[in-house]
Every structure is written in structure tokens, then in C-alpha cells.
Design a binder for this molecule. Structure first.
Ligand SMILES: [Mn+2]
Length: 416
């Protein structure tokens, strides 16, 4: 995604059709009988075409069993979208198993899964290899394009073809999916899936508890990928308006009431203490954290970006997985600056590995990165070594960020 394309969506939502050649008339008179603006009407036709194409794909795959693969740390947008996809597939007698390899670490995501009974399973790469994969005739990627799942190498090894990709992140490696719907201007994958429901692929029934819970999950998905609707565009509001007839507001409230764990609070505290602000960027290294607390990093970034005079926050730490002796530098970026494209910024800051895979990427206003520590991993119980390792990684991440943020300076000088 380029800088211009990432802001176009916002310009659209701010100006509506006032920028169209027809002028302001459309703002008051252009809405059709279903409340769709001219902008949405053309989107509606595009949606019909995608729906037909998707329907034909599902029809060809009738009776099969598919794996829906989510990113290692699935968020509400991914979780809810995968659930609807699974429900849509039932009509075509396609059985879908929704899996992820990492962990559900945000308290709201754990609450969402528990309270809605969201059908999701954790398969580590080892577990994946031990399964009878011959059952699966295809795989599906939702709210990701494979770059954020550890399961992709094993999936390729097992030669399970990618049947469908539905996502809104910027375009990644071409996987040759049979059906592909990647809308980089759409704020939430849950909005795309809601449009599929509206175009007739699933008839929501407000008497079905499963449907009500799924609609609630979708509402949460749209809400969380649009910063509580503050960055929502017309299509997100229209999707939310549709879901408002089915969702359970009390249930959503219960999901949102889930509280932060003590380790998360402590990471936020460290980020606050360690932050340094330069050119409106707030940067904070938080040291080591357990795999299960990984989601504290984006939560800390969400918090730091709220400071006066800060438009962008980057928080990172070393996440270690005791079970697998794996360590990596994990970081999150949050920005309010509309002209800053997190995907471009992180790709430029951290580059790519020997296989050409970027260490970071993102979507509008948010991004993340993961850099494996590999040979230097482990021995965290040795205090001195652990400290030294943290200082080196902290310095390196800072240098790479500051080179972009403050290009006139010659870094490193004093990186602490
Ligand atoms: Mn998303």
C-alpha cells in the first residue's frame, strides 16, 4: 500500500460524495431506498459480483473439509470473520475447522471466545504435523495472508491448496488461492463478511443463539479494527447497522468489561517509564515478557499514543516461549498520523530476512513486527547475559527506528 492509497479511504469517508463531479447534491438526494449512498451503490454491485464468484467456489468444493487458518495471535476481527465463514460453508456441506498456532493473549479475546463459545482450536506446528491432514482438501486464510501464521510451512509441506483468502491487509505473497477477496481500503474483515451475509450467503436468524453470538462477535470485530468506530467508514457503519438487529448488546458489554491482568499492567507501566519521545514518536522497549503476555505490547502502544504531542507509538520487547525455547523481538506500532503508512514504515525500518520475508507490516494506523533471536535465544535465567542481550536488541531496534524518525542525526550515539 502506498501513502496515497492509504489515505484515500479516509478522504472518502470524510468528504463522502461531495468530491464527486456531481457535487453536493448526492449528499442529500443520492441515497437509494435502502439508505445506500451512490458510493455504496457501486460497492453494492461489486459485492454482488464477488458473492457470485464466492458462491461458485463453495459450490465446487461442496462436501469437503477445510482448515481456516488464523494469525498466531487472532484478534476479534479474525475470530468473528472466521466464524461467519464457517457458518456460510455449512450450507455447502463444507466442514471448517478454525485453527491458530500461537496464543489468545488479549483479555478481551479470551472473554470473546469463552462467552460466545466461538469454535476455535489451537494447533501448534508440532500438533499440526501429527494430525491426519488427508481429511483436509483445502485451507482458508481469513484476516491474514499466511505471513502471520507459523503454520504456513507445514501447510505447504502437506500440499493443502489455499481455497480462499479474505483479508484487508496490504497484499502479500501470491498464494494462488482459488478465491481471493483482499480489500486493502476496508477497515475490518468483519465488515467484508457482514457484506457477504447481507448479499444472501447466510440468513441470520435472531432466534438462533449461535447467530446472535456470531453477530455480537462481528460487531466486536468491526469495533476493534476501527478504534471503536472512530476510524470507521460508511461501509463499516452500514455493516454495524445491519448487525444491530441481531447482536446482543449485553454480551458485547460483558466481553468489553474484561479486565487487564497484572502482567499486562506491569508492561504498560514499563513502557511508560522507558519511553522516549522524539519528533512526535514515542518509543519504548519493555524488556522480557512471557509468551502469554505478548498482547501487553499492543495495549501499551495503544496507551502511549494517547500522549499529548505524540502521533505514533512503538513498543517492543523480547517475548520468550519457555516450552519451545524460542525468543523473538515483538513490537507494535500505533499511529494517529494519517499520512504515515505503518506497513511501509515497518518494512523500511526493519527490512526482510534471508527468505525475503519482511519482519514487519501493518494496515491503516496499526502495525507489528517480529524478529527471531535465533542463535542468541535462551539462557534468560543467566541475569547478566539476559541483560546484555536485551541491551543489544533494544539498541538495534531504536537505531533502526530513529534512522527513519530522525534522519538528520547520526545514530547511534546514546541509545539509552
Ligand atoms: Mn483485521
Amino acid at each position: 500500500m502506498t501513502n496515497t492509497s492509504s489515505t484515500t479511504g479516509l478522504v472518502d469517508s470524510v468528504n463522502g460524495s461531495a468530491s464527486s463531479p456531481e457535487g453536493l447534491a448526492h449528499l442529500t438526494h443520492g441515497y437509494d431506498y435502502r439508505g445506500r449512498s451512490p458510493y455504496t451503490s457501486s460497492r453494492y454491485q461489486e459485492q454482488e459480483m464477488k458473492t457470485d464468484e464466492f458462491r461458485a467456489c463453495l459450490e465446487r468444493r461442496r462436501g469437503e473439509r477445510h482448515l481456516i487458518i488464523l494469525q498466531d495471535f487472532p484478534d476479534p476481527d479474525a475470530l468473528s470473520s472466521a466464524w461467519v465463514y464457517k457458518l456460510i460453508c455449512q450450507k455447502y456441506e463444507i466442514v471448517c475447522d478454525i485453527i491458530y498456532a500461537g496464543t489468545l493473549s488479549h483479555q478481551e479475546n479470551i472473554a470473546l471466545v469463552k462467552l460466545t463459545g466461538l469454535p476455535i482450536q489451537r494447533w501448534t506446528p508440532q500438533a499440526f504435523r501429527s494430525k491426519d491432514l488427508s481429511l483436509y482438501r483445502g485451507s482458508v486464510l481469513i484476516d491474514n495472508q499466511g505471513t502471520t501464521s507459523q503454520l504456513m510451512p507445514a501447510l505447504k509441506e502437506a500440499q493443502i491448496p489455499v481455497v480462499a483468502i479474505i483479508d484487508h491487509h496490504s497484499l502479500q505473497e501470491e498464494l494462488g488461492a482459488e478465491y481471493q477477496d483482499i480489500r486493502t481500503h476496508t477497515r475490518a474483515t468483519a465488515t467484508i463478511l457482514t457484506q457477504y451475509i447481507q448479499s444472501g450467503l447466510l440468513k441470520l436468524d435472531s432466534n438462533s443463539t449461535e447467530h446472535v453470538k456470531c453477530a455480537t462477535a462481528l460487531m466486536h470485530g468491526i469495533r476493534s479494527d476501527t478504534n471503536r468506530l472512530m476510524q470507521a467508514q460508511e461501509e463499516d457503519f452500514l455493516a454495524a447497522a445491519f448487525l444491530s438487529k441481531f447482536y446482543d448488546a449485553q454480551l458485547l458489554n460483558a466481553v468489553l468489561q474484561s479486565s487487564r491482568s497484572r502482567p499486562v499492567m506491569e508492561v504498560i507501566e514499563r513502557s511508560l517509564k522507558n519511553r522516549s519521545v522524539k519528533n512526535n514518536f514515542s518509543i519504548a522497549g519493555v524488556g522480557y515478557l512471557r509468551y502469554d503476555d505478548r498482547d501487553a505490547i499492543p495495549q501499551a502502544a495503544d496507551f502511549l499514543v494517547t500522549e499529548d504531542n505524540v502521533h505514533t507509538a512503538v513498543v517492543y520487547g523480547i517475548v520468550h516461549d519457555e516450552d519451545e525455547e524460542v525468543e523473538m523481538v515483538v513490537g507494535s506500532l500505533r499511529t494517529n498520523k494519517l499520512t504515515l503508512d505503518p506497513d511501509e514504515f515497518l518494512k523500511e525500518a526493519f527490512g526482510q530476512d534471508a527468505q525475503g520475508r519482511f519482519f514487519g507490516g501493518g494496515r491503516s494506523q496499526a502495525g507489528g513486527f517480529e524478529i527471531p533471536i535465533e542463535f542468541l535465544a535462551g539462557f534468560t535465567e543467566n541475569g547478566e547475559y539476559a541483560q546484555m542481550k536485551w541491551r543489544v536488541h533494544d539498541a538495534q531496534v531504536k537505531q533502526k527506528l530513529l534512522r527513519l524518525i530522525n534522519p538528520d542525526q547520526n545514530y547511534p550515539k546514546d541509545v539509552n
